[in-house]
Structures are given as structure tokens and as C-alpha cells.
Design a protein around this ligand. Structure first.
Ligand code: ADP
Ligand code: MG
Length: 257
């Protein structure tokens, strides 16, 4: 247990998500790859966390396993107090729709639907109606009020990713996982999307976990968890861009043989 000492009383509440001894291997025999090696990590409710690490260190695998998009090989992944491996396929689909938001690097919007239709799609699939007030708050937070009838092709990359962020937030999920959400955006659009993710935490009380390579993006978060070779190797609280950069450079230099 790495943070049994709470930095605020909020930490005393059960975490929004937790991985415990989470191991994930792909393939078998000689081609077997251990993407995650007994990872234990918690993400506190109402916090904005970053996951960083070199390419291939297991960041996407961790997001996918914790979001229930990919089964774990051993160990456990929980959303709130729900152990994902205890769910059957139908229950897992339900949990993903209701309790988890996911933002991918390539926006994953449906081209034939308007921005608004894309945003409310997860709710429609779950047979739920959007709560008008929450929908308004989400749309206002991501700054899309005057773009709701546009289709993805009529929107810039930044606007499309804001639609994807709104879609991830609309069901009021327990947690939003965002895998390099600004990776395909120019720096201005990236900063906007980052600002909206942060506002969703500060103003809407969301819990967000974001994979990023960018120390400046990471500095917007409350905490950075560093992965290397499928393991958690360090973390920083209330990170500054300089501190994150120092830590990244330390990993890049060969400290072990
Ligand atoms: P990151 O997101 O940090 O770049 P990933 O989680 O994508 O890392 O990958 C971690 C390791 O798992 C890498 O060695 C990658 O090649 C491997 N990997 C990821 N997905 C698959 C897959 N579907 N099949 C086989 N190997 C995979
Ligand atoms: Mg990745």
C-alpha cells in the first residue's frame, strides 16, 4: 500500500479504481510478452492522475485492463468495489457503459452522428435518458454548445476530442480513463482538451486518469504514476513540469545494468 497516509480526507474514501497484483501477458511460448507485471495502484476519487512511462511500458494495457476493455491474466482490477473478473460479459458491458468513460487518442466518434448524438450514444445504448442539467454542464464545460448539430467531419481535431471527452463524461462515470487524449492534437487544441479534463475534475468532481508523454500536461494533474517495463516505479504528488521532466530523464539514463 503506497499511500496509506492520506494527503487529504478524501483519500479515506474507497478509491475509484484499484489494480492489485495486476499481471497481463500477451501471446504464449516464445512470443509471450509481459505487458504488466504485478501492478498495484489506486486512483482516488475526485482526483486527476497521470500515468507516464516509456513507449511499451504498459500504460495502454493498464488503462484497458482497469477499464474492463481487456481481461487480466492474474491479479485484480476493481472499479469502486466491483471486481471486474467477477462479472460476466453482459455485466461487464453494463459496467463499462455506466461506470467508466474512455477517451482514446483517435477520437472514435461515429461519423454519421452529430456531436450531440455522439455524446449521448453511451446513455442511449444503456437505455438511459441524459440528465438535462448534467448534459448542459458537460457541454458547457467542453465548450461545445454551438457545435452540437455538427458532424465529426465538420469539426476540428480539438473539437472532435472535446466531443469524445463529453461522451466519456455524460454518464457520470465513476472514472474516466484517457489514453494520450492530446496525442493527435496541435498544442493549442491539446491544451484546451487538457483544460476540460481538469475542469471536469475541479468543477464536476470527476475522477480522471490520463496517459501522457508531456510533462506540461502532467503538471496539470494531482499525481503522476510512472511505469517502466510493466511495473510502477515511482510517483509524484502535485507535480511540476520540471519535476516530471527530471524524473523522465532519470529513467532514460541507464542506471542499472
Ligand atoms: P504503452 O501504452 O506504454 O506504449 P502498451 O500497453 O501498449 O504500452 O504495451 C505494453 C507491451 O505489451 C508492449 O511490449 C507491447 O508490444 C505489448 N502489447 C500490447 N498490446 C499487445 C497485443 N494486443 N498483443 C501483443 N502484445 C501487446
Ligand atoms: Mg499506449
Amino acid at each position: 500500500m503506497s499511500h496509506i497516509l492520506p494527503s487529504s480526507s478524501a483519500t479515506l474514501v474507497a478509491p475509484a479504481a484499484r489494480a492489485s497484483g495486476l499481471t497481463k501477458t500477451y501471446g504464449s511460448g516464445e512470443t509471450r510478452v509481459t505487458a504488466l507485471d504485478a501492478v498495484t495502484v489506486e486512483f482516488a476519487r475526485g482526483r486527476f492522475s497521470a500515468v507516464m512511462g516509456p513507449s511499451g511500458s504498459g500504460k495502454s494495457t493498464l488503462m484497458h485492463c482497469m477499464a474492463g476493455l481487456d481481461p487480466v491474466t492474474s491479479g485484480s482490477a476493481r472499479i469502486g468495489d466491483v471486481e471486474l473478473s467477477s462479472l460476466n460479459d453482459r455485466q461487464l458491458t453494463g459496467l463499462r457503459r455506466e461506470k467508466v468513460g474512455f477517451v482514446f487518442q483517435g477520437f472514435n466518434l461515429l461519423p454519421t452522428l452529430t456531436a450531440l448524438e455522439n455524446i449521448v450514444l453511451p446513455l442511449r445504448l444503456a437505455g438511459r435518458k441524459p440528465e438535462a442539467e448534467w448534459l448542459d454542464a458537460v457541454v458547457a464545460t467542453v465548450g461545445l454548445a454551438d457545435r452540437l448539430t455538427h458532424r465529426p467531419a465538420q469539426l476540428s481535431g480539438g473539437q472532435q476530442q472535446r466531443v469524445a471527452v463529453a461522451r466519456a463524461l455524460v454518464s457520470r462515470p465513476e472514472i474516466v480513463f484517457a489514453d494520450e487524449p492530446t496525442g493527435n492534437l496541435d498544442s493549442r487544441s491539446g491544451a484546451e482538451v487538457l483544460g476540460f479534463l481538469r475542469d471536469s475534475v475541479r468543477e464536476l468532481g470527476q475522477t480522471v486518469v490520463m496517459v501522457t508523454h508531456d510533462p506540461v500536461a502532467a503538471a496539470h494533474t494531482d499525481r503522476v504514476v510512472f511505469l517502466a517495463d510493466g511495473r510502477v516505479v515511482d510517483e509524484l504528488h502535485d507535480p511540476t513540469a520540471d519535476a516530471v521532466l527530471d524524473r523522465m530523464l532519470a529513467f532514460d539514463s541507464p542506471v542499472r545494468t
